[in-house]
Design a protein around this ligand. Structure first.
Ligand code: URA
Length: 423
């Protein structure tokens, strides 16, 4: 009985695979209602799951729908995933860059979760861009132009599709076994040969400290090994938003800017690192050789042209990305050095003005967001701009934005962006 399974987890007892399957598949089939599933997810978020239970949950989710067969695509397929951050538009810049280097990228991405954004929501800010593509069209496009980014096709991991959306609105996002099984079930079902995962750490990430990020990384690498897949996790800092733009349309514009040879340093560093890692794994060459190739393809403009080709192939119009015209400049009430940015709060603000969902069926406003003027370590004068807010329908208390900044009187040691790799 479902209630008995929920009670068992509430008492922190180990579940059998059959019990886990009964509730997860019952939910997928519509027999278990949202309120019972959220209660089950909350019990997991509080007590956790054992390693074995996490592997079993991953397996149930992975087989809850179709599994993609990418064998019709030639060459090694390397997939990339991020545990989610604020301003993380890396995938949008990285996919065409890696494809321009000759490594095929067949990428299935997700939507926003909690205060973090999702690649599919971002790409849907491009008018006309299709994220729902059949498996055949997806594979054809990768064979034809070298890359595609789509939402989970049709019936791929329907368990995660439903549970992910429910977790987003039931306070059950931040749980290591739920994150590991969600990511790994999707990555294993998407058929890639090798997987690179950006495990974000810090205030703006789901993992707030390096210890828990390492725990998540090790768990995902172990799950990968159980399926004979090479998984590489790179821990990266999310103590402040990545780049300057936060909000769907604004982030796509920043990714385009990067591919045109510009863009903020931190975003560049991260994108180049992940592109290099993927090219190195995909071609079986050293990181040094891969980095040289990635730099060449960025500088030559081939990576940008690949993005244009991909967007056209998926029906999008790159020059029609909406940006709200209602812009507010938020200025500092005092002078000093920006010593801390409350990144999760920034993500929540963007979510609250329409950049993310608060309720299950909310529609996202692609034109809203924030563009940072100042980042950690920057000097700011009294009355100088800290950031711009792009608002549309909703209103915002300026004080809540000011509260995201700590202005101090000394420079802090810069925190490294790339922390460590676990494989
Ligand atoms: N990304 C996912 O795909 N799933 C999670 O649970 C968290 C981040």
């Amino acid at each position: 009985m479902i209630l008995e399974i929920i009670n068992k987890k509430r008492r922190n007892e180990e579940l059998t695979k059959e019990e886990m399957k009964e509730i997860v598949m019952g939910y997928v089939e519509g027999k278990v209602p949202d309120y019972q599933m959220s209660s089950f997810l909350m019990a997991i978020a509080i007590h956790g799951l054992s390693k074995e239970e996490t592997l079993q949950l991953t397996d149930i989710m992975l087989h809850s729908g179709d599994v993609v067969d990418l064998s019709k695509i030639e060459g090694t397929i390397v997939d990339k995933h991020s545990t989610g951050g604020v301003g993380d538009k890396t995938t949008i810049a990285l996919v065409p860059l890696v494809a321009a280097c000759g490594v095929k990228v067949a990428k299935m991405s997700g939507r926003g979760l909690g205060h973090t954004g999702g690649t599919i929501d971002k790409l849907e800010s491009i008018p006309g861009f299709r994220t729902e593509v059949s498996e055949k069209d997806f594979i054809d496009q990768v064979n034809r132009i070298g890359c595609a980014v789509v939402g989970q096709t049709g019936n791929l991991v329907p368990a995660d599709k439903k549970m992910y959306a429910l977790r987003d609105v039931s306070g059950t996002v931040e749980s290591i076994p739920l994150i590991a099984s969600s990511i790994m079930s999707k990555k294993l079902a998407s058929g890639a040969d090798k997987i690179v995962i950006d495990v974000k750490v810090g205030d703006g990430a789901l993992m707030k400290d390096v210890k828990s990020a390492k725990q998540l990384a090790k768990l995902m690498v172990w799950i990968g090994k159980e399926y004979n897949k090479e998984v590489r996790c790179v821990l990266t800092s999310m103590e402040q938003p990545l780049g300057l733009a936060i909000g769907n349309g604004l982030e796509v514009l920043e990714a385009i800017d990067f591919l045109q040879g510009n863009g903020p340093e931190d975003f560049k560093e991260l994108t180049m690192h992940f592109a290099t890692t993927m090219v190195s794994m995909g071609k079986g060459i050293s990181m040094k050789k891969a980095r040289k190739l990635v730099e060449e393809k960025l500088i030559s403009g081939e990576a940008y042209l690949k993005l244009v080709e991909m967007v056209e192939a998926q029906g999008g119009k790159l020059d029609e990305i909406p940006v709200s015209k209602r812009v507010f400049s938020v200025q500092s009430s005092k002078g000093g050095i920006v010593s801390d940015i409350k990144t999760e709060k920034i993500g929540e603000i963007v979510r609250s003005i329409g950049g993310g969902r608060i309720e299950l069926h909310d529609k996202i406003d692609p034109s809203v967001g924030i563009v940072m003027t100042k980042k950690e370590g920057d000097l700011v004068m009294e009355q100088e701009e800290l950031l711009k807010v792009y608002l549309n329908q909703k209103d915002l208390k300026i004080q809540s934005v000011l509260d995201c900044f700590e202005i101090g009187d000394h420079l802090q040691k810069p925190r490294p962006l790339i922390i460590t790799t676990i494989k």
